[in-house]
Write a protein that binds this ligand. Structure first.
Ligand code: HEC
Length: 106
């Protein structure tokens, strides 16, 4: 029983470490995004939902904003956001959104 408990603790800490490593470069960035897009990327008022969108979609949108391209009526709000990200961070955010945010139920 004791051995099982230790094994479970080890398992849990390994899983957390892997997740932390993969998304480390955006850990300080996501809270800003979440300020508009919602903690779970669910969207808020006129800020679009990010949850449920795949990595390719997110990445290409962020690259367009980084190049100051117009996508929607409020693209200008995203130019500064995308510009502070490196391309590597943009890739990581795409995967983070695709893999860790749940699709909204509606
Ligand atoms: C000040 C509020 C604000 C912040 C902060 C913000 N966004 Fe946005 N975001 C918006 C708005 C508004 C739009 C819609 C822009 C348009 O009309 O093209 C948008 C659009 C997007 C889109 C395209 C969504 C779609 O469905 O096409 C992505 C992807 C995105 N944001 C990711 C991010 C990420 C990642 C961050 C953090 C680095 C971030 N946003 C920070 C307001 C914000």
């Amino acid at each position: 029983m004791k051995r099982l408990a230790i094994a479970l603790v080890l398992l849990a800490s390994t899983a957390t470490a892997v997740a932390d490593d993969r998304f480390e470069s955006i850990q300080n960035v996501w809270p800003t995004c979440a300020g508009c897009h919602g903690q779970q990327g669910q969207g808020m008022a006129s800020f679009p939902a990010l949850a449920g969108k795949d990595a390719d979609y997110i990445i290409s949108a962020l690259l367009q904003y980084k190049n100051k391209e117009q996508r929607g009526p409020m693209s200008a709000l995203m130019y500064g956001q995308a510009q502070m990200l490196t391309e590597a961070q943009i890739g990581t955010i795409g995967v983070f959104i695709q893999e860790t945010l749940d699709k909204p139920s509606n």
